[in-house]
Ligand binder design. Sequence first.
Ligand code: DON
Length: 559
Amino acid sequence: MNPVKYLSLGVALLFAVCVQAETRSGLNGMVASRSALAAQIGSKILQQGGNAVDSAVATAFALAVVYPSAGNLGGGGFMMIAMADGRVMAQDNREKAPAAASRDMFLDAKGNVDRNLAVNSLQASGVPGTVAGLLDALTRYGTMTRQQVLAPAIELASKGFPLNDDLAGQFAENLEGFRAHPASLAKFTHDGMPYKAGDVWVQRDLADTLQRIADQGRDGFYKGKVAEQIVKEMQGNNGLITLKDLEQYQPVWREPVHGTYHGYDIWSMPPPSSGGVLLVQMLNMLEPYNLGKLGYGSTAAMHLMIEAQRRAYADRAEYLGDPDFVKVPAATMVSREYAKQRFSDFDPDHATDSTKVGAGKWPEESLQTTHFSVVDKNGNAVAITTTLNRSYGNRIVVPGAGFLMNNEMDDFSSKPNTPNSYGLIGRDANDIQPGKRMLSSMTPTIITRDGKLVMVTGSPGGSTIINTVLEVVVNVLDYGMSADKAVSSPRFHHQWMPDNVRYETGAISAEVAAELAKMGHKGLSGSGFGIGDANTIVRKDGVLEGVSDPRNVGGVAGY
Ligand code: DON
């Protein structure tokens, strides 16, 4: 069947900022991504007979070429895979602190966090995990060769592609950040002049690096020329990553977080992400109250969800970190008994105070992380969220190698109770230690029922990621929304500290906001759009509906 494609007009009108809200349905495969080009590549791989893992790996490598603010070789991420035969896997390709990292490395002489050092330096880079993770997943669960899945990315980098308004605009906006680094300026400008939409953007160095990976596998990145290029840049600029750090990097296959919700199976990312644990914890708190009956957007439903968010995020700050370093009580946190106890002080009429521990700032919104969802014709599914942390990472391109380095070290808690880029605070569980992985909020999630795929979702958005995923999930499972509606509906966010409810225009009506304020909810500020970018696929009655989040341009490709 030909894919039925339609622009979601209602959504387009509702979100004046959205340019290419796209929904597509199909019977076979589907890829939903922040980049239309990357989605098309993923879909082509499916049509060539690749499975969801082949497609996801090809899409991820393509994103490193066509969506460089977050698609990456120099960063890391998480991957959930649910095979149609019932196997579910969680892969952690998160960056690790280099061996020379130390707990107080971002503190200045006065003991304050040097924010500039924590995000704009080579010390801010963790040891990249993406390449090792993608190749390992391909070997274990893919069916195609490295060369096959890397070919489209190599072609796009070497031959170039015309920049759209989105990318040309982003490059121009980030020009000042790139200026300090000659290799970054060379990559993102035309001899120092900003690119314009329509210009063909060629990335020769990146094409060479990708070719090395295609030829040599992980050794093409973690050893030899590329590794030497990374280390040379580090050594010249106070960076910590060594050849040994690179050679030793390994992705980790972890037990997925699993919960059930109204008969659905929720599969998501375990620590060092906080995402899966918090998602299941919140769903456990919500299930007994039956959101569907309370009604979408009702005061009772909003109050309930905000209170669940408040408690879950408070636990995040205290307990979560890299399970290879700290004892994370994940099993307890996702148990129904714990949710019952944790929610036992829920007062249906009053907001709880998020007292004490230091306040943070609301996160800045930008284009920092990216999530995409893939489903193939056999019902295998992959959810990948990947990042350089902030937009374009530390904005430092490795000279000669053509890719950006991450600034993921800022996801550690550099100082107890002191907010990071996303206003998140943490303590010992997430302190910096050599070889440790920094805590994440990334929440790639797959939902099944009776062993059959129901939906694939996830989002960028720093601290807001987990609530975005929660809201998309309850929109589908509790409120019966289509994928399009579930993703485009406005979102709200509470992260315990600061004790504020922030929401997109329309997420909370004026009446409900007034009632919530009366109950004691604070800082109810609604404005604009921009919480998350949840590129989602829902399968209903055998039909796949893919949506690229209308908050940004993006694309869905399927057949
Ligand atoms: O892993 C994390 O939680 C963060 N590094 C994610 C950053 C992010 O989502 C920024 N996106 N807008």
